[in-house]
Design a protein around this ligand. Structure first.
Ligand SMILES: Nc1nc2c(ncn2[C@@H]2O[C@H](COP(=O)(O)OP(=O)(O)OP(=O)(O)O)[C@@H](O)[C@H]2O)c(=O)[nH]1
Ligand SMILES: [Mg+2]
Length: 452
């Protein structure tokens, strides 16, 4: 596909750095950049994917910077178009000056994600792979990197292609029958059709389920630390982070606002939320803090409910009150703190005894968190869904398959069944972008950074 414009953008992060990269893509890339360079003849002779050392000048012929640059020839480039990448010194001033020169010479400023959008529209990658580019850029732990990389390499795409292939087999069986509907023949074996639908549904279901893990890995796992005042919640947060982040004091009701910090354990990023201690209070500010604790409880994936010797006797009542507030798929870990002072006998419903103050068993508690997240990881295959858009398409496809199955079993005419199957296939196609609208593409790529 050829686009009318040649686009340019700074591709490196803003701020100072050793090197800054300015990218140009489009049919006029070479002729536009040529106007800026000192060594024009050498630029003309430059083979794609080789480096040229040259100067870039402003409109008055004054040197802006000494740079290295490389040409990439269509279709063998990231976008599939002719491209030039300019490697200048990493000063925002220099990068901006080069950008201005490029726009004065005929290039347009790229929109967010426009390079990747062009790559998609030129068939260099499909939609789920394009989305993986954004995930890869924002990956901040080993596991989120691994999952984004496998999506970029096309694992999600090939799984969806496999499902669509099976769907096509199904619909073609039925559609053949529709061609001969006048003759009242049944080509498709109903039992075989139902078995095929079940197989696709099970696979879709597995992918939908994998989102629980995929989303946790991609966005960080929210862990709320809750309990009565003074049990040592803030001390635990500090012990996990190995820094003095939250204020700790022997005064009950020290933490008022929730405090959130990220920490990577065993390749998985967690978002720890220290909360205000739960108790009945007349203090307005403390009440507001406690309301926030309950709000954070609902969205936590893991809840660490902390008890100490003082609250231990009322543990059943405390555990029940927290259980009624947390999400049904959240994991509840009941932790006894201050074992350095009093080592209580641990009942079955207690996960572990720790001393946050002396960091006793804090490592073990962290390992329990990582083990829990790993237990959510789907076993049978490596394909993990991390994108809410993919899940909603899979859910829509699965629901239509379920409806098609019911129709077949209750003898509904084939054309209704075929219609459901066609729609289900349409939703699967949305994931890879085999089927897409400008609106969908616009909303996906606008979330990218400029220059990608
Ligand atoms: N001996 C002992 N004291 C602890 C331990 N953990 C915390 N403390 C002490 O308990 C007191 C309260 O600790 P915090 O961490 O502020 O307790 P909190 O649960 O955050 O309290 P609020 O913010 O008021 O809800 C402080 O004096 C801590 O030093 C522990 O493991 N052992
Ligand atoms: Mg606190």
């Amino acid at each position: 596909m050829t686009f009318g414009t040649t686009i340019c953008a700074i591709s490196t992060a803003s701020g100072m750095g050793a090197i800054g990269v300015v990218r140009v893509s489009g049919a006029d890339s070479y002729s536009i950049v040529r106007k800026l360079v000192v060594r024009m003849a050498a630029f003309d002779d430059l083979e794609p994917r080789k480096m040229l050392y040259t100067g870039i000048t402003d409109a008055n012929g004054e040197l802006i910077d000494e740079v290295m640059l490389a040409k990439f020839a269509s279709p063998s480039s990231f976008t599939g178009e002719d491209m030039v990448e300019i490697y200048c010194h990493g000063s925002e001033y220099i990068e901006q000056k080069i950008l201005v020169r490029l726009t004065q010479s005929g290039a347009e400023l790229a929109r967010a994600g426009e390079f990747t959008q062009r790559a998609f529209l030129n068939g260099k990658m499909d939609l789920s792979q394009s989305e993986a580019v954004a995930d890869l850029i924002s990956s901040s732990s080993a596991e989120s990197h691994r999952v984004a990389m496998s999506q970029l390499k096309g694992q999600v795409s090939s799984k969806i292609a496999e499902l669509r292939e099976k769907m096509l087999d199904l619909t073609s069986l039925l559609e053949l029958e529709l061609d001969f509907s006048e003759e009242d023949v049944e080509f498709a074996d109903r039992t075989k059709l139902v078995a095929l639908i079940d197989e696709i549904c099970a696979e879709a279901e597995r992918l939908i389920k994998s989102f629980e893990y995929g989303n946790a890995v991609k966005s960080g796992v929210p862990v709320a630390i809750v309990g009565e005042p003074n049990v040592g919640k803030s001390t635990l947060l500090n012990a996990i982070l190995h820094e003095d982040r939250a204020i700790v004091s022997s005064v009950a009701g020290t933490t008022r606002d929730t405090i959130e910090e990220e920490f990577v354990i065993d390749g998985i990023r967690f978002r720890f939320i220290d909360t205000a201690g739960i108790r009945k209070s007349d203090n307005e500010i403390e009440q507001l803090g406690i309301q926030r604790t309950f709000a954070r409880l609902k969205s936590a994936k893991i809840v660490i409910l902390m008890l100490d010797a003082l609250s231990y006797g009322r543990r059943n009542e405390i555990i029940d009150s927290v259980k009624s507030e947390i999400s049904s798929d959240a994991c509840l870990l009941v932790v006894i703190n201050k074992i350095d002072v009093e080592n209580l006998e641990l009942e079955d419903d207690i996960s572990i005894g720790i001393s946050a103050l002396e960091s006793t068993n804090v490592d073990k508690l962290c390992a329990m968190l990582a083990d829990y997240v790993k237990s959510l990881k789907p076993e049978s295959s490596d394909v993990i869904i991390t994108n809410a858009r993919h899940v909603s398409s899979l859910v829509a496809a699965r629901d239509l398959l379920v409806s098609a199955r019911q129709s077949i079993c209750s003898g509904v005419p084939s054309d209704f069944v075929a219609q459901d199957l066609r729609e289900a296939n349409y939703h699967l196609g949305e994931i890879t972008g085999a089927i897409s609208t400008d609106e969908v593409l616009g909303s996906i790529f606008s979330k990218f950074c400029i220059g990608k």
